[in-house]
Design a protein around this ligand. Structure first.
Ligand code: S3P
Length: 165
């Protein structure tokens, strides 16, 4: 079986869904952000603050190059992974790409709970979310399957992914 690659904007539930899905289908679970932090021994906010976004994107690509070769894995990606076609080519060669979407209100609510997203450290989060989404939406729709997670639980999202697989 191919890997399952979860893509989508921050706050669409990639990590919670990915963990649950991996448990249910007996795959290993990999979260690219966690992997970047472990490999570089540094948190993502710290990395952005010390070295900037470009540096983070390079580290992100290094991690993708490694994990794209794994098998039987559910891979939850950071929201910006889709911006680099090289990343997406590698991941999709060995995996089914599932895109999670959500309404702006859901994203706003979910991203207010965790303070670990440097791109959203701003006064007007709604405006930044709208702008980033506008620039990325076309990439989030280049997937084998698109699931709106706004009004359903991660468990229900995993049901839909399993139906699709
Ligand atoms: C980012 C999303 C984050 C993390 C980094 C950049 C983005 O991951 O990779 O802060 O560019 O959308 P999550 O989507 O898991 O929050």
């Amino acid at each position: 079986m191919k890997n399952v690659i979860l893509i989508g904007f921050m706050g669409t539930g990639k990590t919670s869904t990915g963990r649950l899905l991996a448990n249910r289908v007996g795959y290993s679970f990999i979260d690219t952000d966690n992997k970047i932090e472990a490999v570089n021994k540094m948190s993502i906010p710290e990395m952005f603050q010390k070295y900037g976004e470009k540096y983070f994107r390079e580290r992100e690509t290094e991690v993708i190059e490694t994990i794209a070769k794994y098998h039987h894995a559910v891979i939850s990606t950071g929201g910006g992974v889709v911006l680099n076609p090289h990343n997406m080519n590698l991941l999709s060669q060995n995996g089914v790409v599932v895109s999670l979407t959500a309404s702006i209100d859901s994203i706003l609510e979910r991203t207010s709970r965790r303070n670990s997203r440097p791109l959203l450290e701003t006064v007007d989060r709604r405006k930044v979310i709208e702008e980033l989404l506008k620039a990325r939406i076309e990439f989030y729709h280049k997937a084998d399957c698109v699931i709106d997670t706004s009004n359903i639980s991660p468990l229900q999202v995993t049901d839909k992914i399993i139906d699709f697989m």
